[in-house]
Design a protein around this ligand. Structure first.
Ligand SMILES: Cc1ncc(COP(=O)(O)O)c(C=O)c1O
Length: 438
């Protein structure tokens, strides 16, 4: 690369507020993307098993999305939230038509965090006497001040004076149930504890309970059908709005359009984001008609209904449907899971293989009985794979930090998925044999 560019980039890296001084060696400078491939500034090609931020459900730079965004750009790029654009109305109609049963209103914004806040505001607008909003342990709902507080305890949190207090409720763990309990018993105990907290441990109404159908950043924690049903019953009994955060699981990721469809969950409100925008920032909320709408000023952001994102989103959702990416995700997911289960027989590091759909991950452990998290090993796997041209997802979340995620675009080719799994297999062998990552 030109010296001029190298020097400018080095200074730019230093200038970035979000970059550790000197730059993070894991961070690539990306210059191009197509489908499930990305290229860095040196022309090196990678298979992207992260869909960037688990958000390119439709592969990167899909021509239908790009054309729609260009056309919208030519027409009108910015419309105040008090006005509509044709694409806004078409996308509203389309999303309501594919939403889980009964969700027939929709609101838009640009980030998952703001969409979660929109859902929380809707809950409070509809329950003005509420004193609490509930979340689950190990949840992740975003990085705005409010959604950060709704997420797992944030180590070294200095933002507390500006953050609301959420009611944090226990959850079951299908991989590490509470000591001495089966997974079924752990689920029943968690439901009982939640009832106890709501009955004896809180004062005043709870407006909403928000949870992810599969906790994404919290460790790919799946729940049983019994759990989802039990939570629905509790919400009905206590008059609590059930908000399902599908920012990560929505738009085909689990092999169905919504994880709520996959698990048979009946949300009162569903939050979507990431994949809906086809690579452009877009998120929002689907809600039942019976809830009161927002009043003027409750939820207006300058770029909340950004026409280019909306037009891109309309094209992306149409493409996800036309290409039947839900089925593609389910088929790829089955293939990846079978291969990982076979690898698990040969690789003692693989503690558990998780899916469904292309929400695939493996939890690395030092010992399958104690389930001690293999954090440094997981990071070595991530680094060695990246060296070999495969970007795997790595979890650095608070508690464990030992998850390797495979969540590529849903239209990844079988060849690329297979190559990525070959590389994972190879680097697991290297790490198990003690080969250090550089
Ligand atoms: C489940 C969930 N909710 C909310 C968010 C926040 O979305 P955003 O980063 O677009 O604000 C995320 C992002 O990872 C998420 O995974």
């Amino acid at each position: 690369m030109l010296t001029y560019q190298t020097e400018t980039h080095a200074r730019g890296r230093e200038a970035l507020l979000h970059e550790p001084a000197g730059g993070d060696p894991d961070k690539l400078t990306l210059v191009r993307a197509l489908g499930s491939l990305v290229w860095d500034e040196n022309g090196k090609e990678y298979i992207d098993c992260t869909a960037q931020a688990w958000s390119n459900n439709l592969g990167a730079n899909d021509s239908r999305v790009i054309e729609a965004a260009i056309e919208q750009t030519r027409q009108i790029t910015h419309a105040r939230p008090t006005f509509h654009t044709p694409a806004l109305l078409e996308l509203a109609e389309l999303l309501v038509s594919i939403a889980p049963e009964g969700l027939d209103r929709v609101g838009f914004t640009l980030h998952g965090s703001m969409a979660v806040e929109m859902a929380l505001k809707l809950a409070l607008r509809n329950r003005p006497d509420a004193r609490h909003v509930a979340v689950l342990h190990d949840a992740y709902h975003g990085r705005s001040l409010t959604t950060m507080a709704a997420s797992w305890p944030h180590p070294g949190n200095v933002f507390g004076i500006l953050q609301p207090q959420f009611l944090r409720l226990p959850r079951p763990d299908l991989y590490r149930p509470r000591q001495g309990l089966s997974t079924g018993q752990d689920t029943e105990l968690s439901l009982r504890l939640i009832r106890d907290i709501l009955t004896k441990g809180t004062e005043g109404p709870v407006a909403a309970l928000i949870y992810e159908p599969i906790q994404g950043n919290g460790g790919h924690n799946e729940f049983s059908a019994r759990w989802h049903q039990g939570i629905r019953e509790i919400c009905d009994e206590y008059g609590i709005m059930l908000i399902i955060d599908e920012v990560q699981t929505g738009l085909g990721r689990t092999g169905r359009m919504w994880a709520s469809d996959y698990y048979g969950i009946e949300p009162d409100v569903l939050v979507f984001g990431k994949g809906v925008g086809g690579g452009f920032p877009l998120a929002g909320v689907l809600a039942k008609k019976r809830f009161a709408k927002f009043l003027a000023g409750d939820d207006q952001l300058t770029f909340g209904q950004f026409p280019i994102s909306i037009a891109a989103g309309l094209a992306a959702v149409k493409a996800i449907i036309a290409d039947d990416l839900c089925s593609r995700a389910a088929e790829h997911g089955r293939y990846a899971t079978e291969r990982l289960l076979e690898m698990q027989k040969r690789h003692p590091l693989i503690g558990e293989v998780r899916s469904p759909g292309l929400m695939v991950s493996i939890e690395l452990v030092r010992d399958r009985v104690t389930k001690e998290p293999a954090r440094t090993e997981a990071h070595a796997v991530f680094e060695l794979a990246q060296e070999r041209g495969v970007i795997l997802g790595e979890s650095r979340y608070g508690c464990l930090g030992n998850l390797i995620k495979i969540k590529p675009p849903l239209d990844i080719s079988r060849e690329h998925l297979s190559t990525a799994l070959d590389v994972l297999d190879e680097v697991l062998t290297l790490v198990e044999n003690g080969t250090e990552a550089p």
